[in-house]
Ligand binder design. Structure first.
Ligand code: 4AZ
Length: 534
């Protein structure tokens, strides 16, 4: 990390977190292109409001015009020809009707206007009542993919209504911890729950999801119904993991960037290949680490090359600390190695990390979180302290302001190379920046007393150069993808488990191809025992 002191930030529009858009499962972020050029269309033709009749006025009236029936080879003269003609015309009309009917049906089917909600862009429609019902119906599991989310910096629990195509907060009436645990599991936090409490809803919501207490022992989502009243006047604020807290007492002040202290950036990990630090990463759960996709390009896409170290400040001390082997390396499916678009990847560890003062997760940003255009953020890592230098032995950290995208895309800065899946941060005069070896590491910000993972270190032109700030993966746009990966269960194995099988999922016909989700809802006792029965 190239470290120095910074200067005053600039102003502009907000970076806003937008929630899940059910129609785009993997939103392919646009690759950097030239600025938008608006196409010039011909002026629109507006038909006249009343029928118009063109007067039939002969332009030359010197001789009387004799109108005769022209004789052409294509006209129907004889009786048989006339019948043939009629058949041909009727046939053509019939074909046209059938064709337009087919096209209309295809159009309606695609829009799912006839049979319900479309599964992504697949053209497959399912009934709205099957959406978020706990059973996967769509080929890629879109119907059960994002039925619940945490919104804003206060972690308001929201449930998606497929009928209304909107998100609603959950009323605290009749809420209990078991529902909270079920909601966390559905988000991907398996066996992880931190707190669930009621808070005053200040969003101005007039509709709430409420629990139907008279419903039998059915799935949480089938119990929920939309209501315009909430007698407790409180909504559920849910936290699935205690995240985004630095360890108190161990903290020391950093001005302009300097060596970190233990527990200050407890989510920072060092990712090693053959005993050498290669990239940084951020802990988000005991088993999941966020890093950059460019760190795991072939041949480093195999988990066997990687070891993660957590809770250690010095590279020279790494081998005295606990090391963690990697079970899975998952690179974003739309990562573009040329443009660094969608530069994010996940490591799933073979064994979970044990959290303590030095090892803790950072919070993933929730949709609906508004950041200042020049929000103060922090970067950390063992990267080089000057361009082309070697990696640092000590963990360094520095604060950098966000730079709004339009400014970063200026022709004198990155000239439209910054997509919506990227965020710029740094000082335009240079001086403080991430550098080689910081890649994959965190760009975090403090909001509401909690540290949030806003970016993962991705690229930049050199280090700490004027008008060349650091570029980070925009974690906000990847959270749906991250949760989706966390929800995926391994396929059930044939054989018996004792005393209890680990969570697993049946792989359906359409999900057998690689890279497709398996039943994200396969978490019930039924499924677990079904797995063990196999
Ligand atoms: C790198 O190669 C790298 N100045 C990381 C960050 C930046 C440049 C390079 C941004 O890991």
């Amino acid at each position: 990390m190239a470290l120095n002191s910074g200067s005053a930030p600039s102003t502009g529009p907000y970076y806003e977190n937008h929630g899940y858009q059910p129609e785009h499962l993997y939103p392919a972020q646009p690759s950097p292109t030239a600025p938008h050029v608006y196409e010039v269309y011909p002026p629109p033709y507006y038909p006249p409001a009343v029928p118009q009749y063109a007067p039939r006025v002969p332009t030359q009236a010197s001789a009387p015009v004799v109108h005769t029936q022209p004789k052409s080879p294509g006209t129907c003269t004889s009786k048989t020809k006339r019948i043939l003609c009629l058949i041909l015309v009727l046939g053509a009309v019939l074909v046209a009707i059938l064709l337009s009917g087919f096209l209309l049906w295809k159009f309606l089917e695609k829009r799912c206007a006839v049979s319900g909600v479309e599964c992504g862009n697949s053209g497959i429609c399912i009934s709205p009542s099957l959406w978020c019902d706990g059973v996967v119906h769509c080929p890629n599991g879109e119907d059960e993919n994002r039925c619940v989310r945490l919104y804003g910096p206060n972690f308001i629990l929201q449930v998606y209504s497929s009928q209304r195509k909107s998100w609603y907060p959950v009323c605290l009436d009749d809420w209990s911890e078991s529902y909270a645990r079920a909601a966390c599991a559905d988000m991907g936090y398996r066996n992880s729950f931190y707190s669930s409490q009621g808070i005053q809803d200040d969003s101005g919501a007039t509709n709430f999801m409420k629990l139907n207490t008279s419903a039998g022992n059915i799935d949480l989502y089938k119990r929920l119904y939309l209501s315009d009243s909430c007698s407790s006047q409180s909504v559920v604020s849910l936290r699935c993991i205690e995240c985004g807290v630095q360890s108190s007492g161990l903290q020391s002040r950093i001005v302009g960037g300097s060596a970190a202290t233990l527990g200050q950036w407890p989510w920072q990990v060092s990712l090693h290949v053959q005993g050498v630090h290669v990239c940084g990463g951020s802990i988000i759960t005991p088993q999941w680490i966020v890093t950059a996709a460019h760190c795991v390009e072939e041949p480093l896409n195999s988990p066997r090359y990687w070891t993660a170290f957590a809770g250690i400040l010095r590279q020279s001390f790494m081998f005295y600390g606990d090391s963690y082997r990697v079970e899975k390396v998952i690179s974003h499916p739309n990562y573009d190695s040329k443009t660094k678009n969608n530069d994010i990847a996940l490591f799933k560890l073979q064994t979970p990390l044990t959290f303590n003062d030095r090892v803790k997760p950072v919070c993933l940003p929730n949709p609906g979180m508004v950041l200042d255009p020049d929000q103060q953020c922090w970067i950390s890592g063992w990267g080089a302290i000057y361009e082309k230098g070697k990696t640092s032995d000590v963990l360094n950290a520095a604060w950098v302001p966000l730079i709004e995208r339009s400014k970063c895309n200026h022709k004198f800065i990155y000239n439209n190379l910054i997509t919506s899946a990227m965020i710029c941060a740094g000082f335009l005069q240079g001086t403080v920046d991430s550098c080689q070896g910081d890649s994959g590491g965190p760009l975090v910000t403090l909001k509401n007393g909690i540290w949030w993972l806003i970016g993962d270190t991705s690229w930049g032109s050199g280090c700490a150069k004027a008008y060349r700030p650091g570029v980070y993966g925009n974690v906000t746009v990847f959270t749906d993808w991250i949760y989706q990966q966390m929800r995926i269960l391994r396929p059930c194995q044939v054989g018996s488990w004792s005393p209890r099988p680990p969570p697993c999922a049946f792989v359906s016909r359409w999900q057998q191809s690689e890279n497709l989700a398996v039943f994200p809802w396969a978490r019930t006792e039924d499924t677990l025992s079904a797995c063990s029965r196999q």
